[in-house]
Write a protein that binds this ligand. Structure first.
Ligand SMILES: C[S@@+](CC[C@H](N)C(=O)[O-])C[C@H]1O[C@@H](n2cnc3c(N)ncnc32)[C@H](O)[C@@H]1O
Length: 321
């Protein structure tokens, strides 16, 4: 899996102190509106605040205040990873930076990691994954729909991260082309349908995660993970609260991004002979309680039948604690 890759110009130029031709830059208005543009000699940037010649921006230090021809100020900045992710052209729902950042941590990604992802969607998460594993690693991403595949590849090219991504336009139903992957991430509607394929693709000790929007999907995935030999299962949700940055009147924003999705993570067990062993303590306690309740119900039914048949009277069964 370790093929050497050369650094693309965008990725490198994003780290230069001055704006370069071909570089993606961010123009931020005084009202906080953000415009992501690629600098090209001879081109113009138009907005309701006026226009700017790209040639006038090229060579300026990043962080400079520039002015449109009608005098409106804009701040010239290097785009952040969050800017690159949220300003992709969208053909699907995307994974947001708050979830992507936590996923990189849960999947233990670093430069050199090899991660498989499905579906690619608009490629927003793929950008974050490629950013994390570059320059020595690789993202292998799968997408069935031709339109999403094209949108994602254009978004990745624009972000300068395509050299760190191998794109497959196919379904993961038949499995993945890669084995020995450090991590697998699924953002598809029924991730539990593909767990056998995930196990085959993961290296021993690898990392699995998925994001689903509804609790019934979480339950299906939990049952699937338990029966396919996964352990260390966790369900989490990331909530980020922004504050109005007013030093003398610091308070939270009036609204926040509510629900995006539930993150489920797990690790494959190589010797999955006794799948129950690695269930969580809560899960084991719940199962034990269910077993006791079933026994009590069975016993009560037996006594009811006996009483109906004129048998002995028993004291009332105590309720389970
Ligand atoms: C919610 S989108 C993924 C969004 C993506 N994570 C992002 O941040 O832009 C789900 C994608 O999975 C794709 N998909 C669904 N089933 C698939 C399968 N069996 N194999 C590959 N891709 C699949 C869909 O076409 C869709 O584009």
């Amino acid at each position: 899996m370790n093929e050497p890759v050369s650094l693309p110009s965008n990725w490198v130029s994003a780290r230069t102190p001055t704006a370069q031709p071909g570089q993606l830059i961010m123009l931020v208005t005084a009202g906080g509106k953000r415009h992501l543009i690629q600098l090209q000699p001879g081109r113009r940037f138009h907005s309701h605040l006026g226009l700017l010649e790209h040639d006038d921006l090229i060579g300026l230090p990043l962080g400079t205040t520039v002015h449109s021809q009608i005098g409106h100020p804009l701040l010239l900045l290097e785009p952040s990873l969050a800017d690159l992710m949220t300003r992709v052209r969208r053909s699907t729902q995307i994974i947001y930076p708050k979830d992507a950042a936590y996923l990189v941590h849960k999947l233990s990604l670093r430069s050199g990691s090899h991660i498989i992802e499905a579906g690619t969607g608009s490629g927003a998460l793929t950008i974050a994954l490629a950013w994390a594993v570059a320059p020595a690693g690789m993202v292998y991403t799968y997408e069935t729909r031709a339109d999403n595949f094209t949108t994602a590849s254009e978004n990745l090219r624009r972000a300068g991260l395509l050299p760190y991504v191998k794109m497959h336009q196919e379904s993961i139903s038949d499995g993945f082309h890669q084995t020995g992957a450090d991590a697998v991430f699924l953002d598809v509607r029924t991730p539990w349908s593909f767990l056998a394929q995930v196990r085959t693709a993961l290296r021993p000790g690898g990392f699995f995660a998925s994001l689903v929007p509804t609790t019934n999907q979480v339950s299906e995935l939990l049952l699937g993970l338990e029966s396919t030999g996964f352990a260390d299962i966790e369900v989490e949700e990331v909530l980020v609260r922004r504050y109005k940055p007013v030093p003398d009147r610091l308070r939270p924003d009036d609204s926040m991004v509510g629900h995006t999705g539930f993150l489920i993570s797990a690790r494959p067990v190589v010797d999955a002979a006794d799948p129950g062993r690695w269930l969580s303590e809560e899960r084991k306690r719940y199962e034990a309680r269910k077993e006791v309740q079933a026994m009590i119900a069975e016993e009560e039914e037996r006594r009811t039948i006996e009483r109906a048949e004129g048998g002995r009277k028993y004291p009332k069964m105590p309720l389970p604690g």
